[in-house]
Design a protein around this ligand. Structure first.
Ligand SMILES: Nc1ncnc2c1ncn2[C@@H]1O[C@H](COP(=O)(O)OP(=O)(O)OP(=O)(O)O)[C@@H](O)[C@H]1O
Ligand SMILES: [Mg+2]
Length: 369
């Protein structure tokens, strides 16, 4: 059974549709990361699960039970926000125990649970301190503890790491993952940071403009982006996305005003598409490229150039073999490394494989996913 399941779920704010008929089933015990640009509806979706936003249409089920009308406190979810306001006048221990106190749990049980949680979070030595006497990461852990203490079945995190500095973020990322393994609950984390998504998630849900563009493991989403949007959103430096049209043979993609590259299979002739290739996959070859700028990334050089037809291309080269600005070099695209997307819909295309000598046979077929 899915831990969390949306069927045709939507959210209207006045006239505007923030969540557009989403179907989504998230497996129990998984770490799921909802990833997408600002304003795409990530927080809204999370708040709909927590019960902090009403559901305008469709259904939400948690562990098989309809939740649309349930009070937030009866949903078995704990939410950790970006601004995890701790009570400054309370000690760490009191902060963690607070939700239990509100729920009327006895003093002895509160104490036992706080000790348990503090142990898991390595806060045992800090229970008597106040939030003002803690580092950012420690405060973060106290906020986590406050969520954990009620032993929820589902943890909901809305950008929990975005207030931390870069180093602490990485450290807390590891801690979140470790905690998840230890607790075995379902975790749902919202972020616009693709690296956070890639590293934390068992499953990524990539959102854009109120719709889910793709669900999959980070590997799947990275290696086989379902749409042009996902292709451009995941990966740094970002994938090159070059508009092109197939030639009469259907085997080559011709870039605007410019050179052509061979595809791994065949599409219909004259098809408008977008050819994607990651900068780290750009090889050497015969496509003429003029280098406009070279950025030293430390471990590699990022080369910005233009094909003869004018299309901008970025590629990664070892620093010691990086070309200079203004230099003309030859690049090539390995057909197996290309990602093809429909020029109009942005949906992924799979070029149809054809054996060399089957030139004249059958209609070219196109499969979309
Ligand atoms: N209370 C509200 N009333 C009206 N519109 C809202 C409300 N809350 C959010 N929206 C709109 O709904 C859309 C989705 O907002 P949401 O907060 O879910 O985005 P997000 O993906 O979490 O973005 P961010 O990464 O910036 O936090 C946005 O266009 C936003 O302006
Ligand atoms: Mg948000």
């Amino acid at each position: 059974m899915a831990a969390i399941e949306f069927s045709g779920a939507r959210k209207l704010y006045g006239q505007s549709l923030a969540i557009k008929d989403i179907d989504l089933a998230l497996p129990e015990g998984a770490f799921v990361v909802i990833l997408g640009p600002s304003g795409c509806g990530k927080s809204t979706l999370l708040r709909m699960i927590a019960g902090l936003e009403s559901i305008s249409g469709g259904e939400l089920r948690i562990h098989g039970q309809r939740m649309n009308e349930r009070e937030p406190k009866d949903r078995g979810c704990a939410m950790v926000f970006q601004n995890y306001a701790l009570y400054p006048h309370m000690t760490v221990g009191e902060n963690i125990a607070y939700p239990l106190k509100v729920a009327g749990v006895s003093k002895d049980e509160r104490k036992a649970r706080v000790i348990e949680v503090a142990q898991a979070l390595e806060l045992g030595a800090l229970l008597e301190r106040r939030p003002g006497q803690l580092s950012g990461g420690q405060r973060q852990r106290v906020a986590m503890g406050r969520a954990m203490v009620r032993q929820p079945k589902v943890f909901l995190y809305d950008e929990p790491l975005s207030n931390l500095d870069a180093k602490l973020r990485v450290q807390m990322r590891l801690e979140l993952r470790r905690l998840h393994e230890k607790l075995g609950a379902t975790s749902l984390l919202v972020t616009h940071d693709q690296q956070e998504g890639m590293t934390l998630a068992d499953y990524l849900v990539v959102m854009n403009g109120g719709v889910v563009e793709q669900v999959g493991t980070p590997r799947e989403v990275y290696e086989k982006p379902a749409t042009k949007f996902v292709a451009g959103f995941l990966g740094a430096p970002a994938m090159n996305l070059l508009p092109a049209v197939t030639d009469p043979s259907g085997r080559n993609a011709v870039f605007e005003n410019g050179p052509a590259t061979v595809m791994a299979g065949r599409l219909e002739a004259g098809r408008e598409l977008v050819v994607g290739i990651r900068p780290e996959h750009v090889g050497e070859g015969t496509l003429p490229l003029t280098v406009e700028l070279v950025e030293d990334l430390g471990h590699a050089a990022l080369v910005h150039g233009r094909l003869s037809g004018g299309a901008a291309v970025q590629l990664v080269r070892p620093v010691e073999r990086a070309p200079g600005r203004g230099e003309k070099i030859g690049i090539g695209f390995d057909p197996a490394r290309l990602h093809l997307f429909d020029g109009r819909t942005g949906q992924r295309l799979e070029a149809h494989a054809v054996a060399e000598n089957h030139e004249a046979v059958s209609q070219p077929r196109v499969t979309t996913h």
